[in-house]
Design a protein around this ligand. Structure first.
Ligand code: BDR
Ligand code: CA
Length: 315
């Protein structure tokens, strides 16, 4: 059983990551959802996390608002992918309004308080947005932060081109200085970057599987993913959008879906065309510390079957 804090910026694929985590109580106990600014500004990522909980009538999991901007740079958002709300749907019908509120405590305080209340190596931090909240917590109290068992993150691209610039993946690009601090923290990192998420394509068949998975939330989830598919299908010329963020949770549930390789990964923070790139040393040419377990491939049918099976639990 993994005790997790899920730090995210919902966002369509973040929403699926939340649903996957909360439908897997045997494998995952979600102690809280913390939100950062990313796909949309923080007021909207917070509202969207609450809306996803409202969709499944969950009043239990607490939501904490975190940092409204990256550590150093100006916030870059992705309304072009996720729509103005951050969770636009294909039909234009919005997700239900929140049935709960955010907690008063700041996300960074919640992360540190939770880590301090638990033993070392008990809490897994899952991050599916820019790493601002995690880096702020690490900076504020490195000793407590290092009690985390590991960090499972969606971000970066070791060998794949970028998706926001030719070099960089969105989450790392939005806050490369936060990413640098986390990648240098010596906490064990499992990185699900574009190398593997670009294998997880929401084809029409898989969309149909998700739509039929659950009477209560299948059609709404498919409606969300229909919108998500629209931009990326055109951009990539593929048969659907890549479903990034749930790879993190899927790995916690079924690690056998993914193949990992440990290597040194550094973050480029110098300005220029490679700003925000994750530089991965596949051949160990630098002999630098192998600080990251990089997901290098994944079984996409098993991944989507898992999602559909877990969504069916909400029927
Ligand atoms: C990442 O960027 C966001 O738009 C998605 O939610 C995902 O976390 C993919 O690059
Ligand atoms: Ca995200």
């Amino acid at each position: 059983m993994h005790k997790i804090i899920l730090d995210c910026d919902p966002g369509h694929d973040d929403a699926i990551a939340i649903l996957l985590a909360l439908s897997s109580p045997k494998e995952i106990e979600c102690l809280g959802i913390t939100v950062c600014a990313g796909n949309v500004p923080i007021e909207l990522t917070a509202k969207n996390a609450l809306r996803v909980l409202s969709l499944i009538e969950n009043r239990i999991v607490p939501v904490f608002k975190g940092c409204p901007k990256p550590l150093v740079t100006k916030l870059v958002t992705a309304e072009h992918v996720h729509g103005e709300s951050g969770l636009d749907t294909g039909s234009g019908v919005s997700l239900p309004e929140p049935i709960s509120n955010c907690e008063k405590q700041h996300a960074v305080e919640f992360i540190l308080e939770t880590l301090s209340k638990h033993s070392s190596n008990e809490i897994t931090l899952v991050a599916t947005g820019p790493l601002t909240n995690l880096a702020a917590a690490y900076t504020l109290d490195p000793k407590t932060f290092k009690k985390a068992k590991n960090i499972i993150l969606m971000g970066g691209a070791g060998f794949e081109p970028g998706n926001i610039t030719p070099a960089a993946e969105f989450n790392i690009f939005v806050d490369p200085f936060a990413a640098k601090s986390i990648f240098e923290s010596e906490i064990e990192i499992f990185m699900f970057g574009l190398d593997v998420t670009h294998q997880m394509i929401i084809t029409p068949k898989r969309l149909g599987l998700i739509e039929k998975s659950s009477n209560s939330i299948g059609p709404t989830t498919a409606d969300l993913l229909t919108f998500f598919n629209s931009y990326d299908t055109k951009k990539y010329g593929w048969n659907g959008a890549p479903l990034h963020d749930p790879c993190t949770i899927a790995w916690l549930i079924k690690p056998e879906i993914f193949q990992m390789k440990k290597m040194s990964v550094e973050i480029e923070t110098n300005s220029g065309p490679a700003f925000g790139r994750t530089i991965a040393d596949w051949f160990n040419v630098t002999d630098k510390n192998k600080n990251v377990n990089v997901a290098i491939s994944g079984k996409s049918d098993q991944f989507f079957d898992l999602i559909a099976e877990r969504l069916s639990r909400f029927s």
